[in-house]
Design a protein around this ligand. Sequence first.
Ligand code: PGA
Length: 252
Amino acid sequence: MRKKIVAGNWKMNKTFQEADDLLFEIKEMLNKQNPEDVQVIVCPPTLYLELANDISFESNFFVGAQNVNDNESGAYTGEISAPMLKSMDIEYCIIGHSERRKHFGETNQMLKDKVKKALENEIIPIFCCGELLPERQAENHFNIVEKQLVESLFSLDDYDFSKVIIAYEPIWAIGTGVTASPQQAQEMHEHIRKLIAGKYGKEIADETTILYGGSCNAKNAKDLFENPDVDGGLIGGASLKAVDFIKIANSF
Ligand code: PGA
């Protein structure tokens, strides 16, 4: 059975002390009410990965990075490589978040290289895809997501692909307070699973975890996660409060 996952994307938030406090609260809450059969992942800013990892050893959450460079090492000032993440026992990495695509010009081709580099270093990519509002309004959302998957993921072999987690994040829903309806989420997740089945076969498609992201919160998580093809969430704003984040993780 495929994994249910709730991952928190802290983005560029929290000072060191705030991060320490939030991680401590997450640890305490998870130790009290650990959601059954749900994997919880925390993706803090790079600077706090070691701290998060240390605290995770006393709890039930995993740690992920928010980005990785597609080169092995070298003259890339300010960047973090997959071997560096691996050397710190980081097991997950968000790749292709729409904010990286928008503000840092990341293209499907670049993301393909990042996914490859992560997998070579035994890091599981949480690969983000999703359409802009005008693309949805033009009813082009299914094609846009298909193109993102085909160009960044579908050249992987079966073995590598089966490790990838996908996060569908309609860009119009990210940080806006406007969530995709459970029906809109299910429709796209079903579409994604069909595309995977077409490329890799039904067995791999059925095992692929597909998360929803975009204004998912403690109130609407249950309705979203109830859908057969929604296997959890990638949570931004609501992951910055331990109570809300843990509530979401307990929403299945
Ligand atoms: P949000 O962000 O939950 O704040 O909308 C989700 C994300 O960007 O991953």
